[in-house]
Design a protein around this ligand. Structure first.
Ligand code: FES
Ligand code: FES
Length: 150
């Protein structure tokens, strides 16, 4: 039996401890904001937070997160996180598929570095792929959100 803590709620799981967290979130917990992209830790679509730090849930087995605090986009805020407001203001998404992962990655960055440099942003976001090429708007939105928090 594994005790999970997701978005502040405790859950018990007695299935396969090797199940990737993303599978649990989407298929069992019904938290479908996190997306399946590559399933190999290469695209960032599945990004969630473990104790406030961005992780790839597609390659994180449930046994590895026992006792850790997991936050998904559903638990990040009520939709009023500075990044979410900036994402709307800058009309960032195109198809939208990668955007939850982008926001969760950026939220982890701002938690660690509230005033990131361009290099900080580039380094933090380098592993989050957007097939639609929304990178310029993502960067602008992160800077705007950082200013709002300043
Ligand atoms: S689906 Fe997890 S990194 Fe691509
Ligand atoms: S908005 Fe389409 S993949 Fe990023």
């Amino acid at each position: 039996m594994i005790t999970l803590k997701i978005n502040g709620a405790q859950r018990q799981f007695d299935g396969d401890p090797e199940m990737p967290l993303l599978w649990y979130l989407r298929d069992i917990a019904g938290l479908t904001g996190s997306k399946f992209g590559c399933g190999m830790g290469l695209c960032g679509a599945c990004t969630v937070h473990q104790d406030g730090v961005a992780i790839r849930s597609c390659v994180t087995p449930l046994r590895g997160i026992a006792g850790k605090e997991i936050t998904t986009i559903e638990g990040l805020s009520n939709g009023d996180h500075p990044l979410q407001k900036a994402w709307a203001a800058f009309n960032v998404p195109q198809c939208g598929y990668c955007q939850v992962g982008q926001i969760m990655q950026a939220a982890s960055l701002l938690k660690k570095k509230p005033q990131p440099t361009d290099q900080d942003i580039d380094e933090a976001m380098a592993g989050n792929i957007c097939r639609c090429g929304t990178y310029q708007r993502i960067r602008a939105a992160i800077k705007s959100a950082a200013q709002e928090k300043a």
